[in-house]
Design a protein around this ligand. Structure first.
Ligand code: ATP
Length: 234
């Protein structure tokens, strides 16, 4: 069943048209990746879904039109966005960062339960519980950013370049966790410049170029496609 659907979506920054009518679908339980080069419109796609940029066209989530909703509303409907560059609270501890992720949850017991659950995926964060976010490594900060997003128990996770600036071995760890989250039932839309690794863990993929989807298909087919290989996997 389709959980998220974009149909002919246009997005604008003033007079700049960053998305020129893109359509994509994410089904429940899938990892879908959106790959493309710098400035292609990947981040804008995620921002459009969460209501951070002005759009035209149809964006539906769980069968409801959400195209004109502000970010706090899309978040409360179950869309969690982990932005590019992580943006954790660097002067707050790991614990406080996680609590911020659950700001809309009033039940303290529930917050504790979700924190414990986050530690199952990210045991490293348990070790760093009282540490200030800003003093952790890039990989740990990325883990914290994802864990914080999970605190609201979303229906879909929108991940913006989780591999950015991380050493290959750390990228592998992060991608393993993304896959594990998906195996446990989380639906994921993964935006990446690191096309090779993204396509390896995704079920399906879309290729975006200057605001347009130029190709789509099963991830393994995209991985072996000559055009994709030449442009994005070289
Ligand atoms: P990157 O990996 O560099 O973030 P991207 O594929 O995510 O690339 P976007 O950030 O979505 O690309 O940018 C798409 C286009 O919109 C680019 O041409 C970019 O210059 C432009 N753009 C993005 N943000 C703004 C903004 N705040 N104001 C004006 N133009 C913007």
């Amino acid at each position: 069943m389709s959980l998220l659907q974009l149909q002919n979506v246009h997005a604008y920054y003033g007079a700049i048209e960053a998305l020129k009518g893109i359509s994509l679908t994410v089904n429940e339980g899938e990892i879908v990746t959106l790959i493309g080069s710098n400035g292609a419109g990947k981040s804008t796609t995620l921002k459009s879904i969460c209501g951070q940029v002005k759009t035209q066209g149809a964006i539906s989530f769980n069968g409801r039109e959400i195209g004109s909703q502000p970010p706090h509303q899309t978040a409360s409907e179950g869309i969690a966005h982990v932005p590019e560059g992580r943006r954790i609270f660097s002067r707050l501890t790991v614990k406080e960062n996680l609590e911020m992720g659950a700001f809309s949850v009033k039940d303290k017991k529930l917050i504790k339960e979700r924190t414990e659950q986050a530690f199952v995926y990210f045991p490293r964060l348990k070790e760093r519980f009282g540490q200030l976010g800003g003093t952790m490594s890039g990989g740990e900060q990325q883990m914290l950013a994802i864990a914080r997003a999970l605190m609201m128990k979303p229906r879909i996770l929108l991940l913006d370049e989780p591999s950015m600036g991380l050493a290959p071995i750390i990228v592998e760890q992060i991608f393993d966790i993304i896959q594990e989250l998906n195996r446990e039932g989380m639906t994921i839309l993964l935006v990446e410049q690191n096309a090779y690794q993204a396509l390896q863990i995704a079920h399906r993929g879309y290729v975006i170029q200057t605001g347009e989807i130029i190709m789509e298909g099963e991830a393994n087919l995209l991985l072996s496609n000559d055009q994709v290989k030449e442009a994005y996997l070289a």
